[in-house]
Design a protein around this ligand. Structure first.
Ligand code: HEM
Ligand code: HEM
Ligand SMILES: [Fe+2]
Length: 445
């Protein structure tokens, strides 16, 4: 059963794609700057470009998650969204807050706290926006006919993500305390509650696409939630190794963060097993590709490449280098970028009535983005390892090292071009689906 108010999701996805294009633009600005072509330096210095790049990333993903929730919750709860007008108000205010923050960054209005650069006064607007979103989603869920595990896990992830934004707003005089709580946001988001959001979306998509019983799929979801909390909460310690807090974190962080890949492994096994068990009848193979891809690539990017620098013995060398950027790119793309692409690929044909999933454009988009991103990961990795040796082992001057590794950014930009071509194809498909319509949402799947 589909519901007319699910249309709201379309506009969140559209905003998400727009911000992704902007994010990539700033990525290229940095890629070229790293090669020595820094012509825009006067207007957009590297540090500004970096803050814009990462904040746009967070906002396009959040917009994608919100779109996913507006699509999934009515269907799971079996009722229309409680208030469609307010959902559009929330969409517009999200776009306004995001754009205001990004423009401000260009005038040096930002805080030097990686990922949390948005100035505190604007944070209050973020809070109001997210409260409105949660209000709409949670009332729809609890006024609905049923509260499924899938819907509860998704909503719980979104609710906790909102709550965890708050520790990042506390003012501290000490750099150490500030850093300590900054990780409650950054780490507990991507290695905690966002995994619940991903798990919820993954579970919804697998139920729809594989035809396996909900009971079986949701049992796996409990295992994933369990593994995530067991490892991820104390795993925060992998950011506390040498920042000036108690040394006990070396042991706690090392052990628990080393267990974190298990949650991602469970997700990959889950998706592949359900695919194998399933009837393989659903015609939207493209959505299935993105769904399985998210589960597998996130295990490589987050699980394996995260593990690669998580022990204190390695992290003492790799901390804050391009090794981190290597892991950051594939983890964010695999886990959260791809799951947003999966829900878009699944829901667009349902909302618009146009079934473009057999086009070769869609498959090209899939392979170009993924091969491009893997190439980028390798380029960052090679540059990162060279940087670690030159700078940290051989104590070469920081800026000299940056010159030495500039050549790797040529490879990065080439692979990024491939990635960006794939994104362009995906967005062309998005556009060609046309607008969502009430008629399309009346058709049974
Ligand atoms: C989808 C999940 C994940 C995402 C999106 C992600 C992304 C990131 C990002 C962006 C950073 C840089 C943060 C900053 O410096 O502010 C980072 C750091 C780090 N991540 Fe992950 N990560 C994920 C999962 C994991 C997992 C499962 C592990 C361990 C097994 C891990 C280990 C690390 C470590 C050790 C650092 C610190 C690097 C440093 O010291 O510079 N990550 N991650
Ligand atoms: C396709 C074009 C892209 C290019 C050329 C690009 C390039 C870059 C560069 C040069 C940096 C700065 C690294 C440094 O400090 O020197 C960076 C940072 C970052 N980018 Fe991208 N990027 C692109 C797309 C993406 C996408 C699609 C994602 C996520 C899905 C992403 C996630 C990140 C993250 C998380 C960081 C911060 C890493 C860290 O904390 O170390 N980027 N990017
Ligand atoms: Fe972490």
């Amino acid at each position: 059963m589909k519901y007319k108010s699910q249309k709201v999701a379309y506009w969140f996805f559209a905003l998400s794609m727009l911000l992704l294009v902007l994010q990539i633009t700033y990525g290229f600005i940095m890629g070229f700057a790293r090669m020595g072509m820094d012509g825009l330096h006067e207007f957009i210095p590297f540090n500004t470009a970096r803050a814009v790049h990462t904040n746009l990333l967070v906002v396009w993903l959040l917009s994608g998650f919100m779109g996913a929730a507006y699509y999934i919750i009515p269907e799971e709860a079996q009722r229309e969204l409680v208030n469609v007008k307010l959902a559009y108000v929330q969409l517009i205010s999200l776009a306004l807050v995001g754009v205001t923050a990004i423009i401000g960054f260009h005038f040096n209005i930002w805080e030097g706290r990686k990922f949390l650069e948005i100035p505190r006064p604007l944070d209050y607007l973020v809070v109001v926006n997210v409260l409105l979103f949660l209000g709409l989603i949670l009332t729809t869920l609890f006024k609905g006919k049923q509260q499924t595990t899938t819907a509860l896990v998704l909503s719980m992830g979104l609710l906790f993500a909102a709550l965890l934004y708050l520790p990042g707003m506390l003012p501290f005089d000490s750099q150490v305390t500030d850093s300590f709580f900054r990780w409650w946001v950054v780490h507990l988001w991507v290695e905690g509650v966002w995994e619940l959001i991903m798990g919820g979306i993954l579970s919804f998509l697998l139920i729809k696409l594989t035809g396996v019983d909900r009971e079986v799929i949701e049992k796996w979801l409990y295992v994933i939630v369990g593994l995530t909390f067991l490892s991820g909460v104390l795993g925060t310690g992998h950011h506390y190794y040498y920042i000036g807090v108690n040394k006990i974190w070396l042991v706690v962080g090392g052990i628990f963060s080393a267990l974190e890949p298990l949650a991602f492994l469970a997700m990959a096994l889950f998706a592949v097993n359900m695919y194998r068990k399933g009837e393989k009848k659903h015609p939207n193979k493209l959505a299935l590709y993105w769904t399985l891809g998210a589960a597998i690539v996130s295990f490589v990017g987050a699980g394996l490449l995260g593990f690669a620098h998580t022990l204190p013995q390695t992290n003492i060398y790799t901390h804050g280098t391009l090794v981190t950027a290597m892991h950051g790119h594939l983890a964010f793309w695999g886990a959260y970028g791809m799951i947003v692409f999966a829900i878009i690929s699944y829901s667009l044909p349902n909302m618009t009535g146009r079934k473009l999933y057999d086009s070769s454009r869609g498959r090209m988009a899939y392979w170009l983005t993924n091969i491009g991103m893997i190439g980028m990961t390798v380029a960052f990795g090679v540059a990162g390892v060279a940087q670690v040796y030159l700078e940290r082992k051989f104590k070469m001057d920081f800026m000299l090292v940056q010159k030495e590794i500039a050549v790797h950014f040529l490879v990065l930009v080439l692979c990024a071009t491939m990635f960006a071509t794939g994104i362009t194809l995906f967005i062309i498909d998005f556009y060609k689906h046309g607008r969502p319509s009430d008629e399309a949402l009346e058709i049974e799947e």
